[in-house]
Design a protein around this ligand. Structure first.
Ligand SMILES: Cc1cc2nc3c(=O)[nH]c(=O)nc-3n(C[C@H](O)[C@H](O)[C@H](O)COP(=O)(O)OP(=O)(O)OC[C@H]3O[C@@H](n4cnc5c(N)ncnc54)[C@H](O)[C@@H]3O)c2cc1C
Length: 449
């Protein structure tokens, strides 16, 4: 496939709407280079994918729509926790551990992180760490660049075109592509199957706009369970009940708490018109929570103020790729260990249901864990497309566990390693022997089983 010609950018028909009109426009493009591996999406899974790919010897480009990397891990502000172990051992390693150690050196995580089941991290410190990690690995970074179109020749993805402020789009060629966009954006633009949401009605999990407040009087501050009980009483008087607020105390930030206390339900998180409404609704709920509830009703919070709002509403679920294997919730809850396992995880299934009500949980047996198969990262309809993070191949229920940070980073490292091995051997992701990925991951410190 030859890249570099002005290429028609095709706006695809609306998902699930049969007969909707397809319009095409021509955009002028400049050919900007050829890479062994291009990673689309610089969330935590994309960063780990790009770092692993570059370290495995591939010339690697990481393209990100926003000005900076980290995705929901940084833009979504505080993540209440990152699970790195089951009860008796660490179940993730490799790049995740490096990130945690780099955070520790900057005071962005508590020094007891290796013994904790939940690790609270500082999202701002994370931005410095990720930048250093990418630079050290020799990844080329292209930010401000949403992917616009993907050219596909039969089962091969070749040219990726990215928006450029200059007015002429930038086109790149790749031998192997990794979809780390969270939205399966590469697969979607390549015209591949991209399931979304629940099997019965395609509805996805709800969104939340995360925010932080400062100015708390620590000596008098009510504990989380008291805040939850007070909020539930406050909410019983309002029409649409939301959820228990998750209160997160970030290491090293006295007088500061972060909250997941908003619940925004739109039909899908891939339509900008609905996202625009979601942003407004999220902010309305933040204002209500702080002005009408926290400051008036919670001890120690009388003088608190909104210190930070996440840069955009946190989207838990949109599309996913259709891979060689669809992970199911049963695989996870039964603690299944796959022969082609490339990562371990112990997160529960946590579904923020679109039909209201509190999140629905399903837990593994205490101390157990499950593994994630290589096949769930490989797009079934393309030879050279892998996925990582929250858009790997699995059911709505399974992704309610696999979408979180540790598996996102671990599947990122696995996809990056696999992509570089494919590029080096000039073979498709379908032909690649999972054992070679497992061996490379183990020698890079990852825990694969
Ligand atoms: C409110 C909320 C609370 C959460 N709490 C926790 C928690 O406590 N613990 C936990 O472990 N996890 C939590 N999560 C989940 C976790 O934050 C994410 O699922 C995880 O960050 C997913 O990482 P990712 O890299 O797959 O995707 P994302 O972080 O979504 O990254 C995708 C990246 O791709 C970019 N992108 C998208 N489209 C394009 C395009 N066309 N071109 C170029 N770039 C593109 C995006 O800008 C983004 O940077 C939470 C999520 C939410 C929403």
């Amino acid at each position: 496939m030859i890249c570099g010609n002005p290429e028609p950018v095709e706006f695809l028909p609306d998902e699930g709407v049969t007969g909707s009109e397809v319009r095409s426009v021509q955009v002028a493009t400049d050919f900007a280079g050829h890479y062994d591996v291009i990673v689309v999406g610089g969330g935590l899974s994309g960063v780990c994918a790009a770092v692993a790919s570059a370290r495995t010897g591939a010339r690697t480009l990481l393209a990100e729509a926003l000005p900076f990397v980290g995705g929901n891990g940084t833009t979504g502000l505080p993540i209440s926790g990152l699970r790195a172990r089951n009860s008796d051992r660490m179940i993730v390693g490799g790049i995740i551990t490096e990130i945690l150690e780099m955070l520790l050196a900057r005071g962005g995580v508590g020094d007891d992180f290796s013994t904790k089941e939940w690790i609270s991290i500082d999202a701002e410190q994370l931005q410095f760490v990720l930048a250093g990690l990418l630079e050290g690995a020799g990844v080329e970074l292209l930010t401000y660049s949403p992917l616009l179109s993907v050219a596909r020749d039969q089962k091969r993805i070749g040219c990726l075109t990215f928006y450029n402020k200059d007015g002429r789009a930038l086109q790149y060629g790749a031998r192997v592509v990794i979809d780390s966009s969270g939205d399966a954006q590469v697969a979607r633009l390549a015209g591949l199957t991209t399931p979304m949401g629940r099997q019965r009605d395609n509805r996805t999990q709800t969104m939340s706009l995360v925010f932080s407040v400062a100015g708390i009087n620590e000596a008098r501050a009510a504990p989380s369970d008291v805040i939850s009980a007070a909020w539930n009483a406050f909410e019983s008087a309002v029409e649409n009940s939301r959820r228990d607020p998750a209160v997160n105390q970030i290491f090293g930030r006295p007088g500061w708490r972060s909250f997941i206390a908003t619940r925004v339900d739109v039909e899908k998180g891939t339509d900008n018109r609905l996202l625009a409404k979601a942003e407004l609704e999220g902010r309305r709920q933040v204002d209500e929570f702080v002005s009408d509830f926290l400051r008036k009703q919670v001890a120690g919070y009388e003088q608190c103020f909104v210190a930070q709002i996440a840069s955009h509403v946190g989207v838990r679920e949109t599309r996913r790729i259709s891979g060689l294997y669809d992970v199911t919730a049963r695989d996870l809850i039964s603690g299944r260990k796959f022969d082609d396992s490339i990562a371990c995880n112990a997160s529960s299934v946590e579904i923020h249901q679109p039909d209201r009500g509190l999140p629905q949980w399903e837990h593994l047996k205490d101390g157990d864990y499950y593994t994630i198969p290589y096949r769930s990262l490989v797009a079934s309809e393309a030879d050279n497309l892998l996925a990582s993070g929250r858009c790997i191949s699995g059911t709505h229920e399974a992704l309610a566990a696999l979408r979180v940070l540790s598996p996102a980073m671990a599947t990122g490292q696995a996809a990056g390693t696999a992509a570089a091995l494919c590029a080096r051997g000039d073979i498709s992701a379908h032909q690649l022997d999972a054992e070679s990925v497992r061996t490379a991951l183990r020698s890079a410190g990852a825990i694969v089983d």
